[in-house]
Each structure stands twice: as structure tokens, then as C-alpha cells.
Design a protein around this ligand. Structure first.
Ligand code: F6R
Length: 239
């Protein structure tokens, strides 16, 4: 793993964002796996601003996202699809025909098979962007007994519900989600992980220095050949 430490999340956004802009310019039809949550927002802002300034075009890229809540309409203001539209897609020239998302209201087994096939049909994911949960989750793969493979329906843990329920003001936060599995993430050719803030410090330490165990799902990244971790000083404090 390559570890990069920055002073703050703005610097991370500039570094990771400029990496993406260069990568997309060199590989205009690349396949990118995106994440939601607070961690990637400065990176998305950087990419959107670069588009605005004419420095990059997203019109030929294809994208997949890590996860989506169950029991929430796709266009609800708290869906992850809406999050991506607001934070990146609507601010660029991305072709929405090339945007694929897990459907949290579909049959989980059929949707998992569809997503795996769709990723395969695009030749796999070139770069998967990840955040990390306070409990070490990646996507919504919560700590558990075993590493998962393809997309599946997860029961969210209390830690995740506590962290994310602040965003829900009109409906209760869903307790289930469809998430890409650990196997799907590990098959990405390159992985970029972003973690900021002291609440992530222990999970970051367990991911990098702890044993590889499904009790810290992010620890599996130690076995991936091409991972770059972008941390601020607070998230790196226990390394
Ligand atoms: C989001 C996702 C989650 C988040 C993680 C960190 O698509 O899969 O694993 O990356 O919960 O969330 P933030 O960035 O909000 O701290």
C-alpha cells in the first residue's frame, strides 16, 4: 500500500482530484468505481471544477457505485444515486447511459448477478474509490465472520446507522443496503482510499497494521497489489 498524508481534506481533494483528471485525460473511456459519503466530496469538487475550466471531459467514462440503500426511492434526496448526481454527475458532461448503480429495491440476488455481469461487460473497474467506516467497513461490508464476494444485501450495523442517520430528516434511515462485495472491490485494477478525521484513526490503523480479518473488512486491502491511501494527519495519527 502506498500511504500519502496531507494537512487537510482540501489538500486531499486536490491531490486525488488531479490524479483522476490526469488519469481520465490519458484514458478517456476508463471505468471508474465511485463512493459516496463525506470523504470523496473534495475530490469530486476538484473534478467538477476541472470540467468547468475545460481541463477534462467525462463524456466517455463509465461508472459503477459501491452501494445503495434498500427501501428508498432512487430519486429520494438521501439516495446515493441522488448524492452522486448532486456532487458530480450533474456538474460534468458524464453520459448518464454509462452510469450504473445498484438498485436497492430490486431482488438482491438478481441485482447482484446483473451488476457483476455489467462490470464484466465493461472489462472490469479500472479504479475503485473507497472511504472507510469507523468500524473498518468498506462499501457497506460491515465487520463479520467472512469476506464477501459479489454484491449482496447487508443489514447495517448500529455504528453505521449512528454515523449516517444525521443525513435523514424526513424518513428514518434504512437499515438495509445493497453493497458491492469485498471480492468485487478486490477485482478492481487500482484502489484509492480516502480517510479523514480522528474518528477514522483506529480503523485506518487496523486496515494498515492489523491482521487481515473480516472483523476489519478494509484490512483485506493489504492483499491488493495497487492501493493508494490518502489520509489527513488526524486519520493517520495512530500509524
Ligand atoms: C459509501 C461507502 C461507505 C463510506 C464510509 C465512509 O459509498 O461505501 O463505505 O465510504 O462509510 O463514509 P464517510 O466518507 O461519510 O465518512
Amino acid at each position: 500500500m502506498e500511504i500519502k498524508i496531507f494537512n487537510n481534506e482540501k489538500e486531499i481533494g486536490e491531490a486525488a482530484g488531479s490524479f483522476y483528471v490526469d488519469y481520465i485525460n490519458a484514458n478517456p473511456a476508463c471505468v471508474l468505481g465511485f463512493a459516496t459519503g463525506a470523504s470523496p466530496v473534495p475530490t469530486y469538487e476538484y473534478i467538477a471544477e476541472s470540467y468547468k475550466q475545460g481541463k477534462v471531459s467525462l463524456k466517455n467514462i463509465s461508472t459503477f457505485n459501491l452501494d445503495e440503500y434498500c427501501d428508498l426511492p432512487k430519486d429520494h434526496k438521501n439516495s446515493y444515486f441522488t448524492f452522486m448526481c448532486e456532487n458530480l454527475f450533474s456538474k460534468t458532461d458524464i453520459n448518464m447511459d454509462n452510469v450504473d448503480f445498484l438498485d436497492g429495491n430490486a431482488d438482491p440476488d438478481e441485482e447482484s448477478a446483473r451488476y457483476a455481469e455489467a462490470i464484466k461487460a465493461k472489462g472490469g473497474i479500472d479504479i475503485q474509490l473507497l472511504g472507510i467506516g469507523r468500524n473498518g467497513h468498506i462499501a457497506f461490508n460491515e465487520p463479520g465472520e467472512e469476506f464477501t464476494d459479489e454484491a449482496w444485501k447487508v443489514t447495517l450495523t448500529q455504528s453505521t446507522i449512528d454515523a449516517n442517520s444525521i443525513y435523514f430528516d424526513d424518513v428514518p434511515m434504512p437499515h438495509y443496503a445493497l453493497t458491492m462485495g469485498i471480492g468485487s472491490i478486490m477485482r478492481s485494477k487500482k484502489i484509492i482510499m480516502i480517510a479523514t478525521g480522528s474518528s477514522k484513526a483506529q480503523a485506518v490503523r487496523d486496515m494498515i497494521k492489523g491482521p487481515v480479518t473480516p472483523m476489519c473488512p478494509a484490512s483485506i486491502l493489504q492483499q491488493h497489489p495497487d492501493v493508494t491511501v490518502y489520509l489527513d494527519t488526524a486519520a493517520a495519527a495512530l500509524l
